[in-house]
Design a protein around this ligand. Structure first.
Ligand SMILES: [Zn+2]
Length: 200
């Protein structure tokens, strides 16, 4: 018997972490033993042992360098594993998640479905394909058009460098980057200079 897999995916500022925290809370209310993991790369809040949402919610988390470390840090009585920022783990995260499910451990993860270029992020396509349930919260597009905020559902993450859209060829992950360099955008207002147009 295997347990179920739930994915929470979306752009930055969509409330993915808040959704994950709600899932953790629900599992804990039902007296399940929960362990929370995050990749060590995510140090934007300067606290490596917590998962924190933009709205201030938080939960203790174990920060690990590699996906396989999740199995090593696993307590024998854990029933639910929650993984934050899963897109930053290497490809071995897929086998790790499958091993957890086979061990009858429910897995819930949150991750960016697309990088700032609008391309699929890391192992997210495979992980989402394996999910029994997917929740896709959206942010609000904050692009200003004629002095007004667009306000449409935002599924994209816009990276800005000195206020200008970042180029397609810029690195996908900038360590120590600030959230201020990113905005949520709808597909119409997501700009990636230098992005190749797919040839059919
Ligand atoms: Zn927009």
């Amino acid at each position: 018997m295997t347990e179920s897999l739930k994915g929470i995916s979306g752009s930055m500022f969509a409330g993915k972490t808040e959704t994950l925290l709600r899932e953790i809370s629900r599992a804990e209310i039902s007296k399940k033993k929960v362990q929370v993991f995050k990749p060590i790369i995510d140090d934007r809040w300067g606290e490596k042992d917590k998962v924190r949402s933009h709205s201030g919610g938080e939960h203790q988390a174990c920060a690990v360098k590699n996906a396989v470390d999740i199995l090593e840090c696993l307590d024998t009585d854990t029933q639910v594993v929650a993984i934050e920022e899963i897109q930053f783990f290497g490809p071995e995260i897929v086998s790790v998640v499958q091993a957890l499910l086979e061990a009858d451990i429910r897995v819930i993860f949150a991750g960016l479905s697309q990088d700032f270029r609008g391309e699929p992020f890391g192992s997210m396509p495979t992980l989402l394909a394996l999910c029994d349930e997917i929740e896709k919260p959206t942010a609000i597009c904050t692009e200003e058009v004629d002095g007004k905020i667009c306000g449409a559902d935002a599924s994209k993450t816009q990276r800005l460098i000195n206020g200008q859209p970042a180029n397609f060829n810029d690195p996908i992950v900038l360590i120590g980057d600030e959230d201020e360099g990113y905005q949520a955008r709808c597909p119409k207002h997501h700009k990636v200079p230098g992005k190749p147009i797919p040839k059919i």
